[in-house]
Design a binder for this molecule. Structure first.
Ligand SMILES: *Cc1c(COP(=O)(O)O)cnc(C)c1O
Length: 385
């Protein structure tokens, strides 16, 4: 199914999937196998040789998510970090990467603690000003890696402006589109070369899988990523691919609900006297609102707030009943989290402070429960502050 044939919600359900030719099963089977029979030497019966290299359930997922991002190629990995790792392993010692300083904590940790010691060079900048990317460029810059909205400050970065700067410099722009999801934001259409996701989050959407994917229209990048699947092996199993495929089928309806609930919760919090600041690009008073509206269709269920101190944050985090205290995001159920001690504990304190991740910061992943129940839950917990 080509991208032009159908609209997003239809592709979410059908792209990459045709009824199984052997049984007629309407849903793609979980091809739980490690290898495939060869009819004759060097002639595999179904075109597959070994499941690290290809698996039909995985291929269905790769084609499905590629279609949702407007990409021709997709390569799935065992986690979001394994997807980013595969991208960095395309580089060589001495190559340079520029990345947004407010990226996912695990991305920062991998760059600085794993790849920097192998001689790949990294510069973290505040990409809200695209000129910071231009200033950090070196002749050896091969990759620019950004996130938007960022985690957990919900900063919005101008994808098109940074894509232009990267292209002029001969570097690839990779956008980690995990927070927005392809329903809300399509970085390839804005000029990015590569989009990656932790499928663990909105794409799977049910908090029961760890997974990652990279999609692109660049044939060489795609070829390199499939080589990485084969040569370094960080691939997902067929059961997990199938679960993510089940998740993407409802992405359009889930994201509509996350967008609606996110905005309702952000509006409620913005008016609560116990809340000092709300970070949500969907609020008209947000400094990022105009740019967010230009490049996003909705603003997700991710909302961060500042309640001032660790003690007040603790009372909120431990006071909610529906919002469960846990890392991660993007599931149908609502979660509440303390970035400074949980998701971003691996980020150096000084950088954390510069980005505004203080002890009073609390991040909400607003699920798709009834919004009145969610607001009542927060109301009860905030009353104790
Ligand atoms: C969770 C996350 C990752 C890492 O993905 P895993 O699947 O946990 O390895 C990367 N980027 C963002 C924005 C994330 O939220």
């Amino acid at each position: 199914m080509s991208n032009r044939d159908y609209r997003f919600a239809t592709r979410a359900i059908h792209a990459g999937q045709t009824p199984d030719p052997t049984s007629g099963a309407i849903m793609p089977p979980i091809y739980q196998t490690s290898t495939y029979v060869q009819e004759a030497l060097g002639r595999p019966r179904g075109g597959h040789e070994y499941a690290r290299v290809t698996n039909p359930t995985r291929t269905a997922l790769e084609e499905n998510i590629a279609s949702l991002e407007g990409a021709r190629y997709g390569a799935a990995f065992a986690s979001g970090l394994a997807a980013i790792e595969a991208l960095v392993k395309r580089l060589s010692t001495g190559d340079h990467v520029i990345y947004e300083e407010n990226v996912y904590g695990g991305t920062h940790r991998m760059f600085q603690q794993v790849f920097a010691k192998l001689g790949i060079e990294f510069t973290a900048v505040d990409t809200r000003d695209p000129e910071n990317v231009r200033r950090a460029l070196r002749p050896s810059t091969r990759l620019v890696h950004i996130e938007t909205p960022t985690n957990p400050m919900m900063r919005v970065v101008d994808i098109r402006a940074i894509a232009d700067i990267a292209r002029e410099a001969g570097a690839h722009l990779c956008v980690d589109n995990t927070f927005a999801s392809p329903y809300n934001q399509q970085p390839l259409a804005l000029g990015a070369t590569i989009v990656m996701h932790s499928t663990t989050k909105y794409l799977n959407g049910h908090s029961d899988v760890i997974g990652g994917i990279v999609v692109t229209n660049d044939e060489q990048v795609a070829e390199d990523l499939h080589f990485m699947q084969k040569a370094t092996g960080g691939v997902p199993g067929p059961m997990d691919c199938w679960l993510v495929l089940r998740g993407t089928k409802t992405l359009a309806v889930r994201m509509e609900a996350h967008n609606r609930n996110g905005l309702l919760v952000a509006r409620y919090l913005a008016e609560h006297p116990a809340v000092r600041a709300v970070y949500y690009p969907g609020l008209p008073e947000s400094p990022d609102h105009e740019l967010a509206r230009k490049q996003m269709r909705g603003f997700t269920g991710m909302v961060s707030i500042d309640v001032g101190t660790l003690e007040r944050a603790r009372r909120l985090l431990e006071g909610t009943r529906l919002f469960a205290l846990a890392e991660s995001l993007g599931g149908v159920e609502s979660l509440i989290n303390h970035p400074a001690t949980m998701t971003h504990a691996s980020v150096p304190a000084e950088l954390r402070e510069r980005m505004g991740i203080g002890d009073g910061l609390v991040r909400l992943s607003v699920g798709i429960e009834d919004p009145d129940d969610l607001i009542e839950d927060l109301d009860r917990a905030l009353a104790a502050l």
